[in-house]
Ligand binder design. Structure first.
Ligand code: ADE
Length: 226
């Protein structure tokens, strides 16, 4: 999978994909993240990418032409399945969307800044708009990093244990059950006995019960109505 991230601040995204699981995904050739400096497509001597908004009002707006030229330059090289704009008024990102996107071949992520992008970009060039939550960030870069991480770890072959993503919180609309590792007794803090029983079926049943209990108390909205 290839993800092109269009941004005026590529430096912000230098580090997030160079460690741990994202690095492994890149090293295995399963995920290529390419940072595209929008300013390279800026207009005039100053490589302008934003301008005052028509009708007046505070805040700059990202212009159509640089983004249009940038997206077209990318599209001339390969076919993209989605051109996604990160914006607080997009659909709320969740595990289901991460699953869907992890099956795509090539996607573009467009990071907004200032007051956002000229609406005509959204109308004509963007295929999907995604928010990572009901709060406003100063730019889309950190949101893009979150998408890439959540999507990248789902690409088959990226996680060492092939099945482990299946048991994440949210994957079955349940929060994940508690986990423990050695020692079994730390200063009198003991782990649930069932986990030492070696009884796989019973352990799975316990995990499911715990996941359900946790979901009921913390996120009842994830459970079916009745
Ligand atoms: N850009 C600014 N705020 C954002 C948010 N909450 N989600 C996605 N992109 C954003």
């Amino acid at each position: 999978m290839r993800i092109d991230i269009i941004t005026v601040l590529p430096e912000l995204l230098d580090s997030p994909f160079q460690h741990s699981i994202m690095k492994r995904a890149a090293d295995k050739g399963l995920l290529e993240v390419n940072l595209v400096q929008l300013r390279d497509y800026g207009l005039g001597q100053h490589k302008q990418v934003d301008d005052y908004q028509f009708g007046g009002g505070a805040g700059m707006v990202m212009m159509v032409e640089p983004i249009f030229n940038c997206i077209n330059a990318l599209k001339a090289q390969r076919i993209y399945d989605e051109v996604i704009y990160l914006t607080p008024d997009g659909e709320r990102f969740n595990q289901k969307i991460a699953n869907q996107l992890s099956l795509k071949g090539n996607i573009i992520l467009l990071c907004g800044h200032y007051k956002g992008v000229d609406e005509r970009i959204r109308e004509h060039l963007i295929t999907r708009e995604i928010s990572i939550g009901d709060y406003v960030l100063s730019g889309g870069e950190l949101a893009a990093a979150i998408l890439v991480d959540a999507i990248g770890r789902l690409i088959p072959g990226v996680l060492g244990d092939e099945t482990s993503a299946l048991f994440d919180s949210f994957q079955d609309d349940l929060l994940a059950p508690p986990v423990y590792t050695r020692p079994a007794n730390f200063q009198g803090w003991e782990i649930p006995e069932i986990l030492l029983s070696g009884h796989t079926a019973k352990i799975e049943e316990w995990r499911h019960d715990e996941a359900l209990k946790k979901t009921k108390s913390r996120r009842p909205d994830l459970l079916p109505e009745n």
